[in-house]
Design a protein around this ligand. Sequence first.
Ligand code: ADP
Ligand code: MG
Ligand code: MG
Length: 891
Amino acid sequence: MTKYVYSFGDGAAEGKVDMKNLLGGKGANLAEMCSLGLPVPPGFTITTEVCVNYYAGGKKLPAGVEAEVKKALAAIEKIAGAKFGEVKNPLLVSVRSGARASMPGMMDTVLNLGLNDATVEALAAKTGNPRFAYDSYRRFIQMYSDVVLGIDHYNFEELLESKKSDRGVELDTELTADDLKALVGEYKEKVKQELKKPFPQDVQEQLWGAIMAVFDSWMNARAITYRKLHDIPESWGTAVNVQSMVFGNMGDDCATGVAFTRNPSTGEKAFYGEFLVNAQGEDVVAGIRTPQPLTIKGKEIGGELPSMEEVMPDVYGELVKIYQKLEAHYRDMQDIEFTVQNRKLWMLQTRSGKRTAAASIKIAVDMVAEKLIKREQAIERVDPAALDQLLHPTLDPNAPKTLITRGLPASPGAAAGIVVFSAEEAERRAKEKVILVRVETSPEDIHGMHAAQGILTARGGMTSHAAVVARGMGKPCVSGAGELKIDYAAKIFKAGNKTVKEGDFVTINGGSGEVFLGEVPTVQPQLSGDFATLMGWADEMRTLKVRANAETPLDAKAARRFGAEGIGLCRTEHMFFDTDRIIAMREMIVSETVEKRKEALAKLLPMQRKDFTELFTIMAGLPVTIRLLDPPLHEFLPHSDAEIKEVAKAAGVTSEYVRSRAHALHESNPMLGHRGCRLGITYPEIYEMQARAVFEAASSVAKESKDKVIPEIMIPLVMNSKELEILKRLVDDTAAAVARETGVKIEYLVGTMIELPRAALRAADIARHAEFFSFGTNDLTQTTLGLSRDDAASFIEAYKQKGVLDADPFVTIDQDGVGELIQIAAERGRKARSDIKLGICGEHGGDPASVAFCQKAGLNYVSCSPYRVPIARLAAAQAAIKAKFSKAAAA
Ligand code: ADP
Ligand code: MG
Ligand code: MG
């Protein structure tokens, strides 16, 4: 029989940490903490399998669950020494969601379950603390009504606010037992009004209502959005944890808090977190009161309030011991939740903490030094895609700035944009670049946070929703800027004497917490320190080489700075769009005779030579792959009358003539038209000029430089071997001619792009003339799927949503289709020429999953845009480690 329920408590557990798929992250870690002997309130986990069955069976629980729950509940009662629903000594429980992957705040939790009009009195009598009992009851009614009965929490908060203003107090904690008792009455009245029936008094009804509500919350809109953003499959389902309550709201020797074992923003090895005295559950995160720092050191960023280290030194000391034990056990930074009940510490959750890219690198490098993990693990711990956060600019320290206000440095990086005040507006105006400004954010805002460049909130600490989610998304965030007075209705915010309207530019610095007026300029990132250390390890481990796609000196310099080992794709046509060059280019295109074309090409030759000289100088010692002219000529055609006149003048012909030539060159399907090597076959003088420019530049740089110049000439869009045979001869002849003229012999390669299915299939023939293949995966994807990249946007989303495609094939390689062609071509190419060099140069070269595929396919290198080079280096190291382990496992 399937086991649906796993118990934990009193130093033992049926579950284990490696049962996350079945128990969810929270359940598996609660079990693990129990087994480690940490103080965890007893409870049980209903498995994710039950959730899956629940949905498969039309929202019905599988048979047997109820009986197992009953048994497990009895086990809690025994350990806790209290009975669920009993009027003398009632047991209260929490009902908590918990999927395989952490989805903070996306699903529902109910606390203090088991309270009703009778048990609340018993709780008051037993603890001698009626204030606490009624505080718990009003919290329970609100949460249960919100989560299970569908009455928005707003209704209750309104009643709470008016009670506080009636009493002339500011904080919840200032309300007396009688106030709270009266409030409970009002809450129940509200429920009756809304539902036309009373708040449920039967604790079994409460329990099952909450369990079903947690399963239902797996399919709520927030959870669905979150899963989509984080690629979490719907089929996983959530587990439900039912756990004996401990109380942080019994008085001033009670508290609740959250902590990170290291700083999640910077990675600094310092215990870090926030807590609230006399509070419960999510009070810390919800921004109800300003939380206090855990440590004395934390006061530097957390403000003036006394720390836990000062107010509860004993409990704090115990917490420190526990976090150290957890970190040593999990060998990773942990995000923990705890509650203190009458000076007794209880652990309620631990998980691997979300962190910024900078923190993930520092923590990984530090943990290697601390001998907690090996270098391979350090490499595997860092998400290559997240490096993106570090490779982007920060605020220019020397730029003039007008400070508006300061908040907490919740998620690093600088961002500028126009102010918007709602998630909807953020989405609508995302193209303009927006900063989402909110009093505080909630899970309903995530789509807007996703659309925004950065997030600014008036309330909430470093562990607030805004801070946690922004760090996860890698977006700059300033939280808790307490001086902000936001007026949603008027769409303005004020800070001191400054007023900012919706649509005004602001800049935030998530690393310092500062908020500036206007758009502040930025500077390039520093790539030293831990980043360099980790990348150094990655370079030692990887077997794939990483090159960059670059044609300008600026890009080439960036490529070297980011560690590229050469240029994998220099698109020569990008060099023709400069104003002074485009005229000569157009003159060449409209020419009808070889002589006229050669005349125009002669004007272009020195310009191309200069381009290549610069590139070879910057890239000295490293290979530079130069692709000869590829795009359809029509891309260069003159359009306006003024442009036509200019070309006519340069070529010494009439405007009429130019216009008629432009018309004649028009193509109805240019991407499949007169382009690529077809240009070289029909107008060999074009490729000859380009090859000459390459070799003349190479010989002049070779004379000056002690480093080798390594040109690799690449012929695009080849479909059969004859094309390549003809064009390779042209390149070889040109190289020989230049060598004779200059007296310098340059070593070079001639190869081709594989970007047509036919070329992939005929790779053996083609390899006879090609010293390298570079898979042009952008075009290969277009030609294999028969899909235009520029036109796919209109339906790709629908294809993803309907499950026709898992991912956009222009972002990550279609491994089954395009991938198979690559594998076939690689295999056949190698067979024909054993030392053939293989690489890819599409956008995919910087996509971690595609890099892993290239490793499997046995390619020699990937080439991607300069900013993605570090991502590719790390992804290549991860792929190499995986390959090593799977080889070892197979042996
Ligand atoms: P989430 O997955 O959104 O973090 P949790 O299930 O962790 O939700 O519950 C949120 C908070 O509720 C916890 O951090 C803790 O403070 C409080 N909580 C949950 N269960 C208990 C319990 N048994 N006793 C006391 N507090 C609890
Ligand atoms: Mg939470
Ligand atoms: Mg939690």
